[in-house]
Design a binder for this molecule. Sequence first.
Ligand SMILES: Cc1cc2nc3c(=O)[nH]c(=O)nc-3n(C[C@H](O)[C@H](O)[C@H](O)COP(=O)(O)OP(=O)(O)OC[C@H]3O[C@@H](n4cnc5c(N)ncnc54)[C@H](O)[C@@H]3O)c2cc1C
Length: 442
Amino acid sequence: MIGASMGGLLTARALREAYQKIVIVDRDALPESAAARRGVPQGRQLHVLLSRGREALEDLFPGLTEDLRRAGAPLVDLHGEVSWHNDAYLMRRAPSPLVALGLSRPLLEHAVRERVTALPGVEIRTGTEAVGLATSPDRGRVTGVRLVDGTIPADLVVDAGGRASRTPVWLGELGYPAPAEEQVRVGVTYVTRTYRRHPGLIEDLLGAITNAVPGSPRAGIVAAMEDDRFAIALSGMLGEEPPTDDAGMAEFAGTLPLPELTEILRTAEPATDAVKMRFPATVRRRYERLRRFPDGYLVVADGLCSFNPIYGQGITVAALEAQLLRRLVTAGTDDLARRFFRGAARLIDAPWAIAVGTDLRFAEVDGPRGPRVRFVNAYIHRLHRAATADPVLGAAFLRVVNLVDPPTRLLAPGIVLRVLRGFLRRPSPTAPAAAPPARIAG
Ligand SMILES: Cc1cc2nc3c(=O)[nH]c(=O)nc-3n(C[C@H](O)[C@H](O)[C@H](O)COP(=O)(O)OP(=O)(O)OC[C@H]3O[C@@H](n4cnc5c(N)ncnc54)[C@H](O)[C@@H]3O)c2cc1C
């Protein structure tokens, strides 16, 4: 296994069902505690774990949610305890079974790493880099991974090296075609900073979020996390960059319809520095369309698809892929790559449609923008407006963006009727007086 981040760890857990010995290599030195590290620079940025992702992780590691809760991560009812300002409309809250954990990325990775290293037969080798693949003489089968300091023979090699996966290059060196790559340039910049959650500071606040809209490609999130802290993430799209200094962050936050954010920035004590990270483009590699691919080899997680982080989908999709792989290897390892890439492509389709479809609201984002995308975006804007008063609509939306239900569920007749009814009603008094115009890209 190349890569001991979330993708590699979850894949190792899945493969342990069929393989007695698993060696994971990572070029980083991995920390003993829940700390950020060089090889995963996004670890310093706010991470949300979608409800479906938490369920999948719990399925792969029973008891993990409770471990994390005991480590201080609050359990959060995403509909009942979070303020959602979608297109500046404040969603009406209602209790729900959609539960997420408020935690830092290093805490999650550390907890999962501890579980994986405790599995019999799993070894993590750190400080070593994979530089290529060893193959059978006819190159039809991958027989191991070449490292800077030797080769590890293996029945199966998995590339979990992330977004910068070298597999397309390594395939080329072996005479195989590289996968077709789809890219959607979104030009996202993230700035995350954590603050202490002392008593009296916005009582009971667990989370608040507002999205970017055409004309104002800025978003913000507040999330309670372990160690009695809040993480705040400001983000901009299409080249819009949040600043990292106090005054600049406050000014940027002031342009967002998220009063909780402004309040924390005004009154809370910072626990860390603000950290900036750029994310140029969403990338999907179409391995399932390749006609030729060597046996004994797989690519997983961000190496397959690296999503716009604004939608918080990466770890959840990696966990769903691990569940798929566990099912597949339990049934047998023949023709594994073809079966896995096909299944993974089907898994990726829904989160990809949500992320790319939403990004296409922005006229500056290049991509196929058919009538369906335009219709859906206009419809979702109306749904947000109606969800200020109708919690059934808020619940339906949150189930879809948490990957619990497919996006088509929002077009079920009962939901459409409620959206229409809500659209004909005046916005509820809980909604801000003026929502930004629904300028649908096209
Ligand atoms: C700014 C930002 C915010 C994000 N926010 C969220 C979020 O809120 N929720 C969410 O679910 N997801 C989020 N993601 C995505 C999430 O971080 C990834 O989906 C997740 O880490 C899974 O990625 P991965 O394991 O495939 O790769 P990575 O996490 O990138 O890890 C790759 C690993 O492989 C190692 N490696 C790479 N190449 C080699 C090599 N040749 N030899 C040895 N080791 C190697 C690296 O050291 C690293 O440990 C975010 C991403 C970004 C950029």
